[in-house]
Design a binder for this molecule. Structure first.
Ligand SMILES: *Cc1c(COP(=O)(O)O)cnc(C)c1O
Length: 360
């Protein structure tokens, strides 16, 4: 990012150590096979494209701050009431609202040491004390480590960048053992094979399930996220939203979000393709002596002792394949590779074979 190392003398002293989130590169379209930010390889459904263009002539008007239509169709789809839903400009924004609403200084927040990078950024931005809880040796979350925390618990399920999921029973155990603090389950990848905790929001007043249209609904660029929770928690999140940016979800995004709800068959097909591609790709990796974590997400986290992670990342880039590499000690020999179409993943497997075949 250009200019990010400059800082004026006016910047918040309390935040001077803030390390902003580093998004995966977004190179110009077409240059790379882009498998670095867990986007869907498939476009939004036609009906969403149509809904978007029919809204353009009305952009002179402000958008609906309550996302009325979208809330109606989405609540029905998720089998909850409208009062149990809030939308946001991507799910990152809902997470920010949660920090503002539920993470006071005294309590703070806890989450796994290896998880979505934005959690650390928010903890610094909002000056929230955070406890990072190490994953087990096999990169798994041990649910009991999250019992009786007395602070907000935040877990991505499936976790990123590991792709490993907890069962619904394990999630419920964590909620049961934190009745006096909030548990946030970030379900960005849940549709690729894990179980959603959304139905548990009817039973527990301390649970917030956060989701996004970015991954399994093929709409990362539209920026649409949501939370499902009991009506009091949703009211709290609305209190924050209406104190920050009531117009957070633009009208085109609301329109395509609503249209997309009617397209379950299309999404089932897309998700089915991604899961099939994942299965095939993992098998190909197994055949090349990669060690791959058991993923229920639209990416895999994998390592080989034939080549260091960073070098392999660079070699793939030379072959115009962009994946994600993290430089921290425990992750630096792994690559996170988003799952594209089956053809794309066959191409990646072949390229890996070529690169490693030539490795000493
Ligand atoms: C991608 C992702 C998000 C954020 O998605 P938005 O595009 O902001 O909706 C949230 N959590 C995790 C774990 C993610 O990987």
């Amino acid at each position: 990012m250009k200019g990010v190392h400059f800082m004026s003398r006016f910047f918040s002293k309390k935040r001077s150590g803030l390390k902003s989130y580093t998004p995966g590169e977004q190179p110009s379209l077409g240059e790379f096979l882009k498998l670095n930010t867990n986007e869907s390889p498939f476009p939004p459904p036609h009906s969403a494209v149509k809904a978007a263009s029919s809204h353009v002539p009305h952009l002179n008007l402000y958008n609906d701050t309550k996302c009325t239509r979208l809330t109606e169709v989405f609540a029905r789809h998720k089998d909850v009431l409208e009062e149990n839903v809030i939308f946001s400009n991507g799910s990152d924004e809902i997470l920010a609202f949660c920090y503002l609403a539920f993470c006071d200084d005294e309590g703070g927040i806890c989450y796994p040491d290896i998880s979505y990078g934005f959690y650390d950024v928010f903890s610094e931005l909002f000056l929230t004390p955070c406890e990072v809880i190490p994953l087990d040796k096999d990169f798994k979350i041990n649910p009991e480590h999250y019992y009786n925390k007395g602070k907000t618990v935040l877990i991505a399920n499936p976790n990123a960048p590991t792709g490993i999921a907890l069962s619904l029973t394990e999630i419920e155990g964590i909620i049961e053992h934190n009745r006096d603090n909030i548990v946030i389950i970030d379900e960005a990848y849940v549709d690729f094979g894990a179980e959603s905790a959304a139905p548990l929001t009817k039973k527990y007043d301390n649970l917030i399930v956060v989701g996004t249209f970015s991954k399994s609904r093929n709409m990362a660029g539209a920026r649409l996220g949501y939370a499902i929770a009991c009506k009091e928690l949703i009211a709290d999140l609305n209190r924050v939203k209406f104190s920050f940016n009531p117009y957070n979800v633009n009208s085109i995004t609301q329109a395509i979000g609503s249209a997309s709800i009617e397209e379950d068959d299309y999404y089932k097909e897309c998700i089915g393709e991604v899961i099939a591609a994942r299965t095939e790709f993992v098998k190909a990796l197994d055949g090349m002596s990669f060690n791959t974590l058991p993923s229920l997400a639209n990416f895999v986290f994998t390592t080989t002792d034939k080549m260091e992670g960073e070098l392999l990342f660079e070699r793939l880039k030379e072959h115009k394949i962009l994946v994600r590499h993290f430089k921290t000690d425990r992750l630096k020999n792994h690559l996170r590779i988003s799952i594209g179409t089956r053809e794309q993943m066959q191409h990646v497997a072949k390229t890996l074979e070529k690169i490693l075949g030539g490795a000493k």
